[in-house]
Design a protein around this ligand. Structure first.
Ligand code: ME8
Length: 653
């Protein structure tokens, strides 16, 4: 069986941070596990180099877009090399000629395609609306902010464009997702995509006039236009394997191949909605699985360039570059795989990284290796002892290790969650340590029971070898070092599971060596960090605010209200229509909270509203009042009442 695993291709306007590193390490780890168990694997990552953002950031720096791409693309490649991403991986750049040709062929096919409703999949139309330059998309009226307009990030545009008739594909996509339960994982994300379809899909603008944006791939049937960057980017998954010219592409796509797209949850819509519909229209089979993981957050905020800059001075957490320097590549790979449950968000802290290294790697695994090799060196002339007939503890250990191999191996249902896999390996490491502790081979040796001591150490050595092989995909350099210390050296990046539970063979030289995972003194690291942050700490700027008098404030009539009913506003992803009660009065308000609260979650809540706000029409629907909520980055929480609350209509202030 063959497996093709991809990561998103990253924008070339940011240097790789922990989020990018996580997805790429995850792809590498899953690839390595498949390889370990004999699958033929191809892994692809790369950079997304076209579009307005790149054109603009290059212009700001006085560089040509190509120069900007070359520079940033190299940073990603260098990071992957540093992070021990398998040397066989494929790195794609969307400025490569073969990719441009593939995108043009893909567009030609779309142009000829008919939708499931029998209409042309591509059509031309005027489009007029607000456009978010940094996100490269037209946005709704609700998302227009004064700050956006004045900074030039949000502009009003009217232009003729080419559209993909996505709205005709909703029913087809829904049926496909329902018939293929494994297509979008985890289930929460699958439901999210089904929810998007239920809200109704809008057609997708797939072109940008060259007069506004020159940095893109020309549309073959409309030479005055370049391709929308998302269509360009998604096609990388096909162009990278030689589609359409190299017939070999089918080796990596279609029946008999597991095609796994790994993405973060931020790009679920393009992958879960646009991509399957585009592929269907172009007559290309769909990938097997789309796996959307959660975000790494710092202090509760999604890790990103801005967060890094804003929090660097306040939190004792460093950039991944510095973490690697301090703790080494393998322990950081281990921490990332061990800590995050696929699908959930995960806050990271340097203290926890150190705690995990100390407990899992130094105390458990390192200690087992050290105890066993020291006893073998001192009492068995440094040679693997004969296993004899294992006692019941030894048998139990070997049975658990065998079961662990089964658990780690990929199955029909895919490979699974690294956190769970690591958990099961850790269980065996702890069990092996416990076995040695209980059997006390040092005591047996003192009593002259050398065969029994040898039998215990052989069982521990055999277990260690299997566990090192099983951990190799996550900790490749460290596990190669471990295998060398127990007389089973492996070639760099070339470890496969051989099905053997009886190595090292008796008599094999067990050279031992330096501790693989020295314990880290967190207090010392913390003191070092505190010292350097003292030196570099900048004043945190408090935004200047205009002051108001109590009289001004009193003009705002804030009231407690009860939410009686809530429903989504059709074709407005962000809006909920709420029926609320303020004392004896019932009224309707429109609130931009639909991305954060489902209608059923909000019904029954007591909220705070501005009751004397002049009525307004939002999307043609009357709104009488405004609810209060706190927003920070990508999070939003409603203001509600503490304890049992008070009656509806109560005044707030
Ligand atoms: O979206 N936590 O590129 P991008 C976890 N070019 N993962 C994170 C993360 C975080 N805090 N931040 C980023 C693009 N990621 C497009 C993709 S694909 C055809 C085009 C990871 O540079 C995660 O995988 O913004 C996320 O989906 C991706 O980086 C976004 O990278």
């Amino acid at each position: 069986m063959r497996v093709y695993i991809t990561t998103p291709i990253y924008y070339v306007n940011d240097e790789p941070h922990i989020g990018h590193c996580y997805t790429t390490i995850l792809a590498d780890v899953i690839s390595r596990y498949y390889r370990l168990f004999g699958y033929e694997v191809r892994m692809q990552t790369g950079t997304d180099e076209h579009g307005q953002k790149v054109q603009q950031s290059a212009a700001k720096r006085g560089l040509s877009p190509q120069a900007q791409c070359d520079e940033y693309s190299k940073r990603f490649e260098a990071m992957w090399e540093k992070l021990e991403i398998h040397p066989d991986h494929h790195f794609i750049r969307t400025t490569a000629e073969f990719h441009k040709k593939a995108v043009q062929e893909f567009l030609r096919r779309l142009e000829k395609a008919k939708t499931p409703e029998g209409r042309d999949a591509i059509y031309e139309a005027d489009y007029s609306g607000w456009y978010n330059v940094s996100e490269e998309m037209f946005i709704s009226e609700d998302d227009v902010t004064e700050e956006g307009k004045s900074s030039g990030r949000i502009v009003h545009l009217t232009e003729k464009n080419h559209f993909f008739r996505l709205s005709d594909y909703g029913e087809w996509l829904k049926t496909y997702i329902q018939d293929h339960p494994a297509f979008i994982q985890p289930t929460g994300r699958r439901n999210e995509v089904l929810g998007l379809i239920d809200q109704g899909l809008s057609d997708l603008c797939i072109s940008r006039p060259k007069s506004r944006l020159s940095w893109g791939i020309e549309i073959p049937f409309a030479p005055d236009y370049v391709t929308y960057v998302w269509v360009d980017a998604l096609v990388n998954y096909l162009s990278g394997i030689g589609w359409p010219e190299d017939p070999d592409w089918e080796k990596w796509w279609g029946s008999g191949v597991e095609v796994l797209h790994l993405i973060g949850k931020d790009i679920l819509k393009p992958h879960g909605v646009f991509w399957p519909c585009l592929l269907h229209a172009a007559g290309v089979p769909l990938p097997t699985t789309l796996l959307a993981h959660g975000w790494w957050t710092r202090g509760g905020q999604k890790e990103s360039k801005t967060v890094t800059q804003a929090l660097a001075a306040q939190l004792p957490v460093r950039h991944i570059r510095e973490l690697i320097e301090e703790y080494g590549v393998d322990p950081i790979r281990y921490y990332l795989m061990r800590e995050m449950t696929l699908g959930n968000d995960q806050d990271y802290s340097e203290e926890l990284i150190v705690a995990r290294i100390n407990s899992d790697l130094a105390n458990d695994l390192g200690n087992l290796l050290n105890r066993v090799t020291t006893l073998v060196r001192n009492h068995f002339e440094g040679k693997a002892p004969a296993p004899g007939t294992p006692d019941s503890g030894g048998e139990e250990l070997l049975a658990s290790v065998k079961a662990c191999v089964e658990e780690i191996a990929p199955s029909e249902a895919g490979w699974g969650d690294p956190r769970t896999k690591v958990e099961s390996i850790r269980g065996c490491v702890r069990m092996a340590n416990q076995y040695v502790t209980d059997r006390e081979p040092w005591k047996l040796l003192k009593e002259g029971k050398s065969a029994e001591a040898g039998q215990c150490l052989a069982a521990a050595l055999w277990s260690l070898r299997v566990l090192a092989v099983l951990l190799h995909p996550i900790l490749p350099r460290k596990m190669e070092a471990l295998l060398a210390q127990i007389g089973c050296p492996a070639k760099k990046d070339d470890v496969v599971w051989d099905g053997r539970f009886d190595l090292p063979a008796p008599g094999t030289l067990i050279p031992g060596g330096e501790p693989l995972f020295p314990r880290i003194d967190w207090k010392a690291v913390e003191a070092k960090l505190a010292q350097s942050s003292k030196e570099t700490r900048k004043e945190v700027e408090v935004p200047r605010m205009e002051l108001i008098s109590i009289e001004d404030f009193k003009k705002t009539d804030l009231r407690v209200a009860q939410v009686l009913a809530a429903e989504r506003v059709p074709k407005a992803d962000k809006l909920l229509k709420l029926q609320i009660r303020i004392g004896s009065e019932e009224r309707q308000i429109i609130a931009g909270v639909a991305e954060f609260y489902a209608p059923e979650e909000i019904v029954g809540k007591q909220i705070i509203v501005v009751a004397n706000l002049a009525p307004a029409k939002i999307r043609g629907i009357e709104s009488r009042g405004m609810l209060l909520a706190a927003r920070e980055g990508d999070r939003l929480r409603l203001l509600t009442l503490d304890g049992d609350g008070v009656g509806d209509g109560a005044k707030v202030g």
